[in-house]
Design a binder for this molecule. Structure first.
Ligand SMILES: Cc1cc2nc3c(=O)[nH]c(=O)nc-3n(C[C@H](O)[C@H](O)[C@H](O)COP(=O)(O)OP(=O)(O)OC[C@H]3O[C@@H](n4cnc5c(N)ncnc54)[C@H](O)[C@@H]3O)c2cc1C
Length: 434
């Protein structure tokens, strides 16, 4: 079978490996770090301690509409380790909870009852949102300027109320796209609402891995792929324009095909000969805050917190270990970690009164400054496609033109697209993309 070298063991590289491995190709994947998963991974908090707690770099969630990511998990045999939830809890400062879940009506009316019951929106806000959702339904296939205007421009055009923008559209979209509404192309906002909330009744369900992310793609998962070999702590030093790969230490590897699955900032140093333009890439940060309390402070499995810096709370252990997420977290970038923790505890106490009596036993802040590229208007056509100037070299990664924003689903889609391109070039065409 044809041989394939993959540079990079993030989700794009892993999806390429799983697809080509399933098709019987000989795959060698090289990852510079000592673990797989790239930006969606986990690591021991105190590596020197034998029984150190393992944490995700940040809580990663998916929706049921992430069909390629779910297919990838199933190929690895770990699909059952993602727990889906039908309820979204919106909490206001003061602690009032509104539950958003689908009712008995068919899509797109399945949220009607839940929507009318949302306590944090007034009737004028709800009417505006209903108008906005209907406009998404009618415009998502017809309107041509959605890549060029911001989501905020579009919401203003549709006369959304300030409360609807802040507490509904912004609350959902900033976390989904990791960008502010005024910097986010309207096309991405449309995609989230169309695919997750309007097209099907269950596609909004939120999946949270029940194990640390790294366990989803550990060596047990890969043991089912006989012809796929993972090489950790083996950085690729260069990929030349003929697909020839040089590993750290000077070892040269020549295979039939090469798939480069590196983040954009690595392209210039590792693969300058491919001439891939990354000058359009700007980044948007995400901050994850891990807090361990001496007692339970909530029974909710997760909740989105309105009107404050902290956007999401995930209950990672009996209400005592909480993981908080702030997307597009530019306001926290320069803030000292101790101040970030103080802010998080202060805000949490407004939503969960038990926090005021609890003691923080441990806290950890992870600022991912290059979490994803900023999905701003005007860049979609600048995202590179799978094929490169070299006929045996292909490109994958959440920043390539996957049809999705920078997400796990986008990364897996790009990997499947690259795998399909390899099979076509090898004269054995296969479909992987769903
Ligand atoms: C904090 C945070 C929270 C997020 N939350 C979510 C979420 O809830 N839901 C969601 O869908 N998405 C989320 N994302 C986005 C998601 O993690 C990414 O879109 C996805 O993981 C990107 O995968 P990738 O393979 O394209 O890139 P990467 O994960 O960056 O993979 C690139 C890989 O290449 C390796 N590498 C680099 N240089 C070399 C070299 N020279 N040789 C060999 N290997 C090399 C890196 O170590 C890395 O493993 C989040 C991202 C972050 C950072």
């Amino acid at each position: 079978m044809p041989s394939v070298t993959i540079a990079g063991g993030g989700l794009a590289g892993l999806a390429t490996a799983a697809a080509l491995g399933s098709a019987g190709f000989d795959v060698e994947l090289y990852e510079s770090r000592g673990f797989l998963g790239g930006r969606a991974t986990s690591f021991p908090l105190a590596p020197s301690e034998e029984d150190s707690v393992v944490i995700d770099n940040c809580q990663h969630v998916l929706l049921k509409c992430c069909v390629n990511l779910l297919d990838f998990y199933n190929r690895l045999g770990v699909g059952d380790r993602v727990q889906f939830s039908r309820e979204f809890n919106f909490i206001e400062p003061g602690g009032r909870v509104s539950v958003f879940r689908r009712g008995a009506l068919p899509a797109p009316l399945h949220f009607t009852g839940a929507f009318l019951g949302l306590k944090f929106l007034g009737m004028a806000d709800k009417l505006a949102i209903a108008r906005g959702l209907m406009a998404i339904r009618s415009e998502h296939e017809t309107r041509r300027d959605l890549d060029r205007i911001s989501m905020l421009d579009w919401l203003r055009e549709k006369r959304q109320t300030p409360v609807a923008i802040e507490r509904f559209w912004r609350q959902i979209l900033v976390s989904a796209i990791n960008e502010e509404l005024d910097r986010m192309a309207a096309a991405h906002g449309f995609q989230v609402f169309w695919q997750a909330f309007l097209a099907n009744a269950d596609s909004y369900e939120m999946g949270v891995p029940a194990v640390p992310l790294g366990e989803l793609y550990d060596e047990h998962a890969w043991s089912r792929f006989e012809r796929v070999a993972m090489h950790l702590r083996t950085p690729v030093e260069s990929v030349d324009a003929s697909g020839c790969v040089t590993l750290a230490g000077g070892v040269v590897r020549k295979s039939d095909f090469t798939v480069v699955c590196l983040a954009p900032e690595r392209m210039g140093t590792v693969a300058p000969g491919l001439n891939v333009d990354t000058s359009w890439v700007e980044y948007s940060p995400i901050t994850g805050i891990h807090l361990w309390f001496d007692r339970p402070v909530t029974e909710l499995p997760h909740a989105t917190l309105l009107d404050r810096t902290i956007q999401w709370m995930y209950n990672k252990g009996e209400g005592r270990y909480l993981q908080l997420v702030v997307s597009a977290s530019r306001s926290l970038t320069d803030m000292p970690r101790a101040d970030v923790i103080a802010l998080a505890v202060r805000e949490l106490a407004e939503f969960f009164p038990a926090v005021a009596q609890a003691k923080v036993e441990r806290a950890h802040v992870i600022k991912e400054l290059r979490a994803t590229f900023s999905a701003r208007p005007g860049i979609e056509e600048l995202r590179p496609v799978t094929v490169t100037r070299a006929e045996n070299v292909f490109l994958a990664g959440d920043w390539t033109r996957s049809g999705w924003p920078a997400t796990m689903e986008g990364a897996v889609r790009s990997g499947y697209m690259a795998a399909e391109a390899v099979t076509r070039a090898a004269g054995r065409p296969q479909r992987f993309l769903l």
